[in-house]
Design a binder for this molecule. Structure first.
Ligand code: PLP
Ligand code: CA
Length: 304
């Protein structure tokens, strides 16, 4: 096989690749759906893979929903057979990281959407309640909770100067953990707009605290370990399918998986080739093994 070969495949070659793998990990946005629209054929691909005895997992850096809400989204978009246990989001894995860390006890100050707060609570972790600050409250007199032992940053449409200020106060204690759900810089919205991602908020807090966050989401290996600890997973027989070179493909390379870039999302074939042709050796981690136009191409390969 072509490791880091950036090879466009379909038909018989794709069939051969799929036959050689037992587990398929799919990124979500840009791979199986775009916002609220399923990628054409994606529900059939998931069904066909399962019919052939493959296991399918969903690995998303989107921390905004709890797992149960993803189950509903899958059903709404026509995926009839997706189980909560197959879904690994950066919010769920961040909560699992804190829960399973033997040395962690205390409260978490979380910057993030309700999805982050729900996953933390479901994992039995105490989250500092967000209070509406009164008119006389400012950055020098706001209350800080003395039991906070971790700060977790994720996508937050209600991000504020006050949250940033509180978080960097907590991080002055070097014993306080600093976690980020994911490093995503931005995400495409409809109509050509973009929204800043968790990574941009994390960068603000890294600057304010002079510290570096531990990233839980892709490209960090932790999400793969999270799946592997629940399901017996062999990297050699697993395939990572993603649309973003800097997160999904690097994740696959970091975990020793074969990688497929699909062109229904953020990254282009040309960008993959720029990484491939680069003289800098570390850029090779951004090069997928294979490239498909869409995961709909899997269907043809599975039917042949
Ligand atoms: N985080 C947020 C807030 C998003 O809106 C998205 C995509 O829409 C993502 C992360 C990326 O998700 P994925 O890893 O499934 O591409
Ligand atoms: Ca994606």
């Amino acid at each position: 096989t072509a490791s880091g070969g950036c090879q466009k495949i379909r038909g018989a070659q794709l069939q051969e690749l799929l036959e050689s793998k037992h587990d398929v990990l799919f990124d979500c946005d840009g791979v199986i759906w775009n916002g609220e629209t399923a990628v054409a054929g994606a529900p059939d691909v998931v069904r066909a893979l399962k019919q052939r005895g493959k296991r399918v997992f969903f690995v998303t850096n989107n921390c905004t929903r709890p797992r149960q809400s993803y189950v509903q989204k899958f059903a709404r978009l026509g995926f009839v057979d997706v189980d909560e246990k197959e879904i690994f989001s950066s919010a769920y894995c961040s909560a699992a990281y804190l829960r399973d860390m033997a040395t962690f006890s205390g409260k978490v100050f979380a910057i993030g959407c309700p999805g982050v707060h729900t996953e933390l609570r479901d994992a039995g972790i105490t989250v500092v309640e967000e209070e509406e600050d009164g008119p006389d409250v400012n950055i020098s007199n706001c209350a800080l909770d003395p039991d906070v032992r971790a700060v977790l940053v994720g996508y937050d449409e209600k991000f504020s100067f006050m949250k940033l200020a509180k978080a960097c106060c907590y991080l002055q204690d070097s014993e306080c953990l600093f976690l980020a759900t994911d490093p995503d810089p931005w995400h495409p919205l409809r109509g050509g707009r973009i929204t800043p991602g968790s990574g941009s908020l994390t960068a603000a807090l890294e600057t304010a605290s002079s510290r570096k966050a531990t990233v839980i989401g892709k490209p960090s290996r932790f999400m793969f370990e999270c799946i592997a600890s629940r399901f017996d997973l062999d990297p050699e027989s697993s395939l990572m399918v993603g649309d973003r070179l800097e997160t999904d493909i690097v994740f696959g390379v970091n975990c020793g998986l074969s990688t497929v870039l699909t062109l229904t999302g953020v990254s282009t074939f040309e960008q993959a080739q720029v990484y491939k042709d680069s003289d800098e050796p570390e850029k090779k981690d951004f090069v997928p093994d294979y490239v498909v136009e869409s995961i709909a191409d899997f269907l043809e390969a599975l039917e042949e």
